[in-house]
Design a protein around this ligand. Structure first.
Ligand code: ADP
Ligand code: MG
Length: 248
């Protein structure tokens, strides 16, 4: 579905993403893990057009999308959430979701076919219910709990009906229980809507539980890639990452 070739991003003398060949298969959850500063967020910024590669290509369904603007990439079916909040604080939960839903330009085929006949409001309401945020429909975003804000951020990324969704630490700052519940909710909604997920997640237990494939980044390079069991038993990974007890 998505493939990078020699993808590289330099900030001055620092190579944050170094010659990365990444392959994302359609369906399921592909996690990207690695120590702080490994280049995970930079990789996501490249894939979604927020940064321009220094070198290399990004192919989406075979089409080179490197260098396209974020809004163009969204219309091709790729959406994302940010590590740092991107909500309209002064607007309610319902308003945030309606704006995101409305931003669909209608040019591309919707994967959410059953809902095609629904109005913007109905679509936003349905999503709000699935996210278990309905009770906060009239609540301003800045009055939500941290966990519910994070959920709403993911909701905005879902509302644009992507085929591929990239989530940068969706559970950052949440407790273990809340994180697990949130990830399960995201996984269920994504499966129902045929959304392929790429997730940066720092909790290694959650990563092992939810992922179909895992890519380990270290110092901007792919250290290894595989299924959870392979990654868990990889000595290089344990050395670079798991054994350190550091945050991802
Ligand atoms: P991660 O998300 O894995 O923690 P990042 O992608 O945020 O890592 O950062 C990778 C490296 O690139 C870090 O050393 C970081 O300081 C650096 N970096 C990230 N963004 C910029 C930027 N806009 N300008 C300069 N350096 C940056
Ligand atoms: Mg990051």
């Amino acid at each position: 579905m998505l493939e990078t070739r020699n993808l590289t991003k330099q900030f001055g003398a620092l190579t944050a993403v170094n010659d990365v060949d990444l392959r994302i298969e359609r369906d399921g959850i592909h996690s990207v893990i690695g120590p702080n500063g490994a280049g995970k967020s930079t990789l996501f910024h490249l894939l979604t057009g927020y940064l321009e590669p220094t070198n290399g290509e990004i192919l989406y369904d075979g089409e080179d999308i490197s260098g396209l603007a974020p809004r163009t990439i969204v219309t091709k079916g790729i959406s994302r959430s940010f590590q740092i909040s991107d909500l309209f604080d002064g607007l309610t939960v319902g308003e945030n979701l309606r704006i995101a839903t409305q931003s669909l330009d209608g040019n591309r085929n919707s994967m959410w076919r059953n809902a095609d006949s629904l109005s913007t409001t109905e679509q936003a309401d349905a999503l709000m219910a699935e996210l278990e945020l309905s009770e906060f429909a009239e609540t301003r975003a800045d009055a939500l709990s941290h966990g519910d804000r994070r959920k709403l951020e993911v909701g905005l990324a879902i509302a644009v009906e992507p085929d591929l969704m990239l989530l940068d630490e969706p559970t950052a700052g949440m407790g273990k229980e809340g994180s697990v519940r949130m990830v399960q909710t995201i996984r269920r909604i994504a499966a129902e809507r045929d959304i392929t997920l790429v997730v940066i997640e720092h909790d290694i237990e959650i990563v092992m539980q939810i992922s179909d494939r895992i890519t380990v980044l270290n110092r901007g390079e792919i250290l290894t890639e595989g299924e959870p069991a392979e990654i868990q038993s990889d000595e290089d990974v344990q050395e670079a990452y798991i054994g350190t007890g550091e945050e991802a």
